[in-house]
Write a protein that binds this ligand. Structure first.
Ligand SMILES: Nc1ncnc2c1ncn2[C@@H]1O[C@H](COP(=O)(O)OP(=O)(O)OP(=O)(O)O)[C@@H](O)[C@H]1O
Ligand SMILES: [Mg+2]
Length: 392
């Protein structure tokens, strides 16, 4: 019997500040540059949505006399399924008004000085009290389409309201942006945002974090892409060892299980600090202890089987998933079991050109499967995944 755990057994994004670990530098960076257009890239289940959530709560927090932040608006584009550029703008405004409504309703009951409690309330659905639909307030003609002028007017009005609540500006956190970059109207939508960020007098008050992986990266790099010269790219990576150790300690404490010598090292080796794998292997170890003892090798085999399907997607040997390309698989195979390898070494062993190899290394690091230990030196991430690739 396995126990049930929060966040759907640590499979969905972390939306409780108490359970969120690491990412300090990243959060600081976004707080320092909230008016920019950011592209936040990272592999499957590396923690993109959790990071957007953390940006959200860190800006909603009421600091005693701290600096003021923009008002964060999280939009999951995959879940919202915008149909065209007008509908996309509509959704941004709708989510903005909805978040503002939830912010105020929360503040009625709990001070935002008590961040954890307030944020938990904020993410809850307010079933009993239906939030007034935004569009009765703005008197827009068509209820699910917003053109560029209407978008601007809604932003301008909301900025005034927000200022009274100590928020300076708006930061849209657009999760799963692949949904838009791969549509035929995506260009219109991003071009509008680009134009807005270039010339609108309100431009510095509105920022964007556009999150995704390969699809967003390729779109951004495409010739003529409206995101090309305006977006600032940031890559996610796995946890540092120190963050992983803190998370392990917390999970064991939470589940009243004694942490033994060697547990940290084992979990680090298995997961390589990959957030999703770390959470899952912790669960595997704890569950195994409750039902008897397993050798490390048996634990590894159990974890291999548990993650077989996920690993298959990451490895992507049939080319159907969002995982590695053939080229990336080859380079991954050259990362040594122990120690690290330098870029120069890889260059000569692959007889590769510099730029394509640099791009490959960036994607492999961003996918969380390897890590850059110091400048231009790379080491293996999760050994569990490496074991899996060797056992096919
Ligand atoms: N900062 C964190 N602290 C603790 N656990 C984390 C953190 N980030 C990610 N995780 C773990 O990884 C899992 C996946 O995180 P999340 O959903 O944020 O990733 P994602 O990159 O958005 O995934 P997807 O590619 O599926 O959209 C979470 O359920 C959690 O177990
Ligand atoms: Mg996500």
């Amino acid at each position: 019997m396995t126990m049930s755990r929060p966040f759907d057994n640590y499979r969905t994004a972390i939306d409780d500040p108490e359970f969120f670990f690491g990412r300090t530098a990243l959060l600081k960076y976004f707080r320092q540059n909230p008016g920019w257009v950011h592209v936040l890239l990272g592999g499957q289940r590396i923690g993109k949505t959790s990071t957007l959530r953390a940006i959200e709560w860190s800006m909603l927090e009421l600091p005693p006399d701290g600096p003021s932040f923009p008002f964060p608006v999280l939009v999951n584009l995959q879940a919202e399924q915008p149909r065209n550029a007008d509908h996309f703008r509509y959704l941004l405004i709708e989510r903005l008004r909805d978040a503002l409504g939830r912010y105020l309703r929360t503040a009625d009951q709990i001070s935002w000085g008590d961040l954890r409690k307030a944020y938990r309330k904020f993410v809850e659905q307010f079933d009993e009290v239906k939030i007034k639909p935004a569009f009765t307030e703005f008197k827009l003609k068509v209820s699910s389409a917003v053109n560029q002028e209407e978008f601007r007017a809604a932003i301008e009005d909301t900025l005034d309201e927000l200022r009274k609540l100590r928020f300076h500006g708006i930061l849209f956190l657009l999760d799963e942006a692949e949904f838009v970059t791969r549509t035929d109207w995506g260009n219109d939508a991003w071009s509008h945002i680009r134009g807005f960020k270039d010339t609108d007098p309100l431009k510095s008050a509105v920022g964007f974090v556009i999150s995704g992986f390969r699809g967003v990266l390729e779109y951004q790099q495409r010739v003529g892409s409206p995101l090309k010269n305006i977006a600032q790219t940031t890559w996610m990576a796995g946890f540092e060892r120190e963050t992983a150790d803190r998370l392990i300690k917390r999970r064991f404490h939470e589940e009243r299980e004694v942490l033994r010598d060697g547990d940290n090292a084992f979990l680090w080796e298995c997961s390589g600090g990959y957030p999703f794998l770390l959470q899952q292997t912790i669960s595997t170890v704890i569950d195994a202890r409750r039902t008897g003892e397993l050798s490390q090798e048996a634990l590894v085999r159990r974890a291999l089987l548990e993650h077989n399907q996920v690993f298959r997607d990451w490895w992507n040997s049939d080319g159907k998933a969002d995982g590695l390309t053939e080229r990336e698989r080859t380079v991954y195979g050259l990362i040594p079991e122990e120690g690290n390898v330098s870029l120069d070494d890889l260059l000569s062993r692959l007889d590769a050109k510099l730029m394509p190899l640099l791009e490959t290394m960036q994607i492999l690091c961003g996918s969380g499967l390897i890590r850059e230990v110091e400048n231009e030196r790379y080491e293996m991430g999760s050994r569990l995944f490496r074991r899996w690739t060797e056992s096919l």
